[in-house]
Design a binder for this molecule. Structure first.
Ligand code: SF4
Ligand code: SF4
Length: 102
């Protein structure tokens, strides 16, 4: 996937490259709900619950494998989502989850 679509811009228009995924974070595998089936969580997962595929280092066990939900593969790190810390990411994602709850 191209990362360009996820880039944010300065007011001056310069493109800010998206950040790398922070080791030991896992916020986007915990805070949001996922409606797609995940191996081990066939009905998806509720918000605020760690995905069963998250390992002890908070990395995805099924990265790159066919059973990984498409939404996971499409999600790229961004300044907006990831913030400066895991706590910021959890907070931003929880707020987004609440705002988009049906
Ligand atoms: S919130 Fe960002 S830094 Fe944290 S696991 Fe997800 S992509 Fe990585
Ligand atoms: S399947 Fe992998 S990337 Fe998707 S939420 Fe679970 S641990 Fe995260």
């Amino acid at each position: 996937m191209s990362a360009a679509g996820m880039s944010s811009t300065h007011a001056a228009g310069a493109v800010v490259p998206p950040p790398d995924c922070r080791p030991g974070c896992g916020a986007c595998c915990i805070a949001p709900s996922i409606s797609s089936a995940i191996p081990g969580m066939e009905g998806g997962k509720p918000a605020g619950v760690a995905c069963v595929q998250l390992d002890a280092e908070l990395r995805c066990r099924i990265f790159g494998q066919p059973g990984r939900p498409g939404c996971c593969g499409g999600l790229q790190p961004s300044q907006e989502m990831c913030g400066a810390s895991r706590e910021q990411a959890m907070s931003w994602l929880a707020t987004l989850e609440a705002a988009t709850r049906p």
